[in-house]
Ligand binder design. Structure first.
Ligand code: FES
Ligand SMILES: [Fe+2]
Length: 431
């Protein structure tokens, strides 16, 4: 398929997409559409990449590959974390060849040109003494560090299709205000390569209609999985009264539906009480690690935060889990989970790694299997778009958002007054 044919196909497919239904097959398995996804969507999002504690001291660096690029994140001598395209300014070699390291300079392995940690060329081996080294810095990549979370954006500065990072941070701030993730460190990170298109991975992540049949452990821990479908109206009433009690205690309690936010990068947050008498997302309900931030006691709340389509967080009183989704190929998505605990917590004394990772590890292993099976079925000659149920409202909203973005719809201004929505993202009442 030529690029022109591919573009026509994408636009034609987007135009005939039926709201409320899954995508047509090529969106899930056509490499030409995947290439468009990378260019039009992934390359313009703030991507949650890592936690700043991984770059503890000057000279620490990590590489992150996405959308055909490799980015080097490095902590400079001034303590700043910067990002550079991992491309030599001499003849284009990769500079950092492994996943992480520590070095005094960034030195290209090919002909040994040398940049400092701030990306300025220090030594251009073989060039005349009057060569203007200042004119050949490494290509900078946009980086933001917020509450210790490192985001990168591949787009050029000032791209109007990119949401200003300050908007994302301001809107999500209330959901992270109490945990102080800037003072945590990485206790575990596990990769779950998933053999499916990134949209199948993210549809799955954004609905819990599959939780009861697919996640016995999550269902046993989180009461809403079974309580909400059994009695949606009663559950929502109880949730609203719980929200009211939180507000009365001076705490933030709102649901900010990600797809009511600026469509350049959906984002938002919500709170869920886990189960009466439960402290955190552990097998026995007991604490997993020392309390985070300003917490002085457990309140049994699971805070969900959508930081864009490729990065989410679930935060409990004593730990946080970051979810990083990276499209690799049309049928391969890297899913990586990062568990954070208080920066002073010591493994073996303050937390047990297996207890800490138990719920999201087993749940993500289960997700990998159901998503792989989903892709296998979608590849069939008999696959056709199927209808979402109301409990899959966020998966549907994600797909509608995707179709608008890939179909070339200009970003709409956000609604001045978003409608009230329930926990699943369904409109519950007019404002
Ligand atoms: S390509 Fe990097 S020094 Fe030559
Ligand atoms: Fe799941």
């Amino acid at each position: 398929m030529t690029k022109a044919q591919g573009e026509q196909t994408v636009e034609a497919l987007a135009a005939r997409h039926r709201r409320g239904f899954t995508l047509e097959q090529p969106f899930y398995n056509d490499p030409a559409i995947f290439a468009r996804d990378l260019e039009q969507i992934v390359s313009r999002q703030w991507l949650l990449v890592d936690h700043a504690s991984r770059l503890g001291k000057a000279g620490d660096w990590v590489t992150f590959a996405v959308a055909g690029e490799s980015i080097v994140l490095v902590r400079g001598r001034d303590g700043e974390i910067r990002g550079f395209f991992n491309v030599c300014r001499h003849r284009g070699s990769r500079i950092c060849l492994t996943e992480e390291g520590n070095s005094r300079t960034l030195t290209c392995p090919y002909h040994a040109w040398v940049w400092n940690l701030e990306g300025q060329l220090q030594l251009a081996r073989g060039m005349a003494a009057d060569f203007d080294r200042d004119a050949w810095p490494l290509h900078a990549c946009q980086v933001r560090v917020w509450h210790g979370l490192i985001f990168v954006n591949l787009a050029a500065e000032g791209d109007p299709e990119v949401l200003p990072f300050e908007t994302l941070a301001a809107d999500c701030e209330p959901y992270l205000a109490r945990e102080d993730l800037g003072r945590t460190r990485i206790a575990a990170r596990i990769a779950y390569p998933t053999h499916a298109n990134w949209k199948l991975v993210l549809e799955n992540f954004q609905e819990c209609h599959h939780c009861a049949p697919s996640h016995p452990e999550y269902t046993a821990v989180h009461s809403y999985v079974t309580e909400e479908p059994r009695d949606p109206a009663g559950w929502w009433e109880r949730h609203q009264s719980w929200q009211g009690a939180r507000r009365a205690a001076g705490l933030h309690a709102e649901i900010a539906a990600p797809y009511d936010a600026d469509p350049r990068q959906p984002h938002g947050g919500w709170y869920a009480p886990i189960r009466p008498g439960i402290d955190t997302l552990s097998r026995d309900g007991k604490p997993l690690a020392p309390l985070l931030g300003s917490h002085t006691a457990f309140d049994g709340v699971d805070t969900g935060i959508c930081l864009g389509q490729f990065g989410f967080a679930h935060v409990c009183n004593d730990h946080a889990v970051l979810f990083r989704f990276t499209p690799r190929r049309v049928d391969l998505t890297d899913v990586e989970l990062i568990w954070l605990v208080h920066e002073d917590a010591v493994e073996g004394r303050d937390y047990d790694r297996d207890r800490l990772t138990w719920l999201w590890d087993i749940t993500t292993i289960e997700d990998t299997k159901i998503i792989n099976d989903n892709q296998a079925g979608v590849n069939s000659s008999r696959y056709a778009p199927g209808p979402y149920v109301p409990a899959e409202a966020y998966a549907q909203a994600f797909i509608d958002w995707y179709v608008d973005r890939i179909g070339g719809q200009p970003p709409q201004a956000r609604a001045a007054t978003p409608p009230a929505r329930d926990f699943r993202g369904n409109v519950v009442a007019a404002e």
